[in-house]
Write a protein of this length. Structure first.
Length: 56
């Protein structure tokens, strides 16, 4: 199961900076997680100030 970033994302980049495998990139209005690479570690969720990443 991968994580997905919802529309609460404020595009701050905290998740991308801390992702251990680098599968998070900046999108147009929010960051995006590559579900094929995500290892479901939860690091993104733990560092996000608005709890935007959630398990799918």
């Amino acid at each position: 199961m991968a994580y997905m970033i919802n529309d609460d994302c404020i595009n701050c980049g905290a998740c991308a900076a801390d992702c251990p495998i680098g599968c998070i990139s900046e999108g147009d209005s929010k960051h995006v997680i590559d579900a094929d690479q995500c290892i479901d570690c939860g690091t993104c969720q733990s560092v996000c100030p608005v709890d935007a990443p959630n398990p799918q």
